[in-house]
Design a binder for this molecule. Structure first.
Ligand code: SR1
Ligand code: MG
Length: 408
């Protein structure tokens, strides 16, 4: 068949993506006239949007490339990440139903996953840049994180099965990207770094701050060694599709067993990066204050809801006898999650300003002086969160950091 002819790995053409999508049983009507468009705007993969104008139905065909698209063929990357992504999506859909796209098919040879078309949603990063609020997001993302992280941890599943799962999600290439881009490059003179001359002094300060390096080294070590739960691994606002009523988390190709706070911190960091850029996007002072207060309210709500939901799962489903009975342990564990989340959030903000891959919330600001102001604000917040992390006892301390950095 046409699909069999495709089978050896090669990057698909738009036409081949159409042929492949016809192999999904009973999806498109027989003889449907399909169109295909490569819409991938991420750093790593090809993404084809297949549509049938007559039925209005669509599919996404996502194919991993054997290298990082953002850099080129000189940066090889395993195709196994397509398996990791499809298996993570399937598991996440079981643990947090409706909060990820449905997977229709995975093809190991072609490193390709066919999944639900979410083109009635928008990428949250763009939605926030456009000044839109998402009233269901805090509820949904806290459910997503509490369910997927608790039930894949030693608290929420059989601990021997968990070790098998750790094995299935060993993801060295993608972890190496994070280890370098987030936990090393910004703090040294790395050729991967990418920052503007206007903030060279701030980038240099990152390289010379010993106390900061200690905190980043501790957080890096947690990322390297703490197999706490199956993470999404790259939970920024570009990995979330939203509408006012719906949230869908996509792109878990960085999934691996790591520290829970890394996912929670990613969400917080990306709301705060938007916060830092918003002075450009919203010119009216009152509207800006309102939107920024919405973003800070979301950070508070996400943490509080996550903490409550994770705590409720702990009370009802704890698989670890001592963890559930030792008095004070739950509070100790959840406070460590808060501290890690704050620390990782800081690292994720810093890397988006001086590291290889940036965010549109700030990079698309055309005016150089405004862009510099946003970058400096993000760095001020990020570094302060990193300095705070091991001392934190409340999310309010992180919010206070943002407020005082804004008025500085
Ligand atoms: C080389 S990939 C750069 C970044 O894009 C992804 O979304 C991850 O955040 C990664 O660090
Ligand atoms: Mg991605």
């Amino acid at each position: 068949s046409e699909v069999d002819k495709l089978s050896a790995y090669h990057p698909l053409t738009e036409q081949e993506a159409i042929e492949f999508s016809r192999s999904i049983p009973e999806f498109f009507p027989a003889g449907a006239v399909l169109t295909s468009r490569e819409i991938g705007d991420g750093n790593l993969n090809l993404v084809f949007h297949i549509t049938d104008a007559a039925s209005g139905k669509g599919l996404i065909v996502k194919q991993a490339l054997p290298y990082a698209k953002v850099v080129g063929e000189s940066w090889p990357l395993t195709l196994d990440r397509a398996r990791i992504e499809s298996e993570a999506l399937i598991l996440q859909n079981e643990l947090a139903p409706g909060l990820v796209p449905t997977v229709y098919k995975y093809d190991a040879e072609l490193a390709l996953t066919v999944m639900e078309d979410l083109s009635d949603h928008v990428i949250m990063r763009q939605g926030l840049v456009d000044g839109n609020k998402y009233p269901k997001f805090a509820e949904d993302i806290s459910t997503f994180m509490a369910n997927t992280l608790f039930f894949t941890s030693d608290l929420g599943m059989n601990q021997q099965d968990k070790k098998e799962r750790v094995k299935a999600f060993i993801n060295p290439d993608l972890c190496k990207i994070t280890e370098d881009l987030i936990f090393d490059d910004p703090y040294t003179d790395s050729p991967n770094n990418n920052f503007e001359a206007a903030i060279a002094d701030a980038a240099e300060a990152l390289r010379n701050d010993d106390a900061l390096h200690l905190e980043v080294a501790i957080l890096r070590n947690k990322f390297l060694t703490n197999a706490q739960a199956l993470l999404h691994g790259d939970l920024h606002t570009g990995s979330v599709f939203v509408t006012a009523q719906s949230t869908k988390v996509i792109d878990p190709e960085f999934a691996y067993y790591g520290p829970i706070g890394f996912d929670v911190g990613a969400v917080i960091a990306n709301l705060l990066l938007n916060y830092a850029g918003q002075a450009h996007w919203i010119k009216d002072e009152a509207e800006l204050a309102d939107f920024r207060s919405y973003l800070l309210g979301s950070v508070r709500e996400i943490w509080t809801k996550f903490e409550n939901k994770f705590g409720a799962l702990w009370d009802e489903h704890n698989a670890d006898r001592l963890a559930s009975s030792a008095s004070g342990y739950k509070q100790y564990y959840i406070n460590k999650l808060l501290q890690d989340s704050i620390g990782f959030a800081g690292c994720k903000m810093v890397r988006r300003i001086v590291g290889l891959a940036h965010v549109a919330d700030i990079d698309r600001i055309e005016d150089a002086a405004e862009r510099e102001k946003a970058q400096r604000l993000a760095l001020e917040i990020g570094t302060s969160l990193i300095h705070l992390n091991r001392q934190a006892i409340s999310i309010e301390q992180a919010i206070d950091i943002v407020l005082s950095a804004t008025t500085k």
